[in-house]
Design a protein. Structure first.
Length: 90
């Protein structure tokens, strides 16, 4: 007779957190193409790198977030060069 329930494996929270970071980096990188790319670009890059380091199962999203974060900074640099200012506006 068994008095306790059988032990079920709990989902690893580090993988779930890494997956969430990968999705967040993608969303922030995409949003950073439109607004606040000076702040959202580096955040997207950092989140993507941390999620890849933690072993996310959503590697595609993490790589897209990384690419979009770099693109945010590239768009900012190009727009600043074209407009000869420190910031840019549409």
């Amino acid at each position: 007779m068994q008095l306790t329930a059988p032990a079920t494996p709990r989902p690893q929270t580090s993988t779930r957190d890494a997956d969430g970071m990968a999705v967040a980096s993608f969303i922030l990188g995409l949003l950073g193409l439109l607004v606040l790319n000076l702040f959202l670009g580096p955040i997207a890059i950092i989140l993507a790198l941390v999620s890849l380091w933690r072993g996310t199962q959503r590697k595609g999203r993490a790589y897209l977030g990384l690419a979009l974060g770099v693109a945010d900074l590239a768009v900012l640099a190009i727009a600043m060069e074209v407009s000869n200012t420190i910031s840019w506006s549409l």
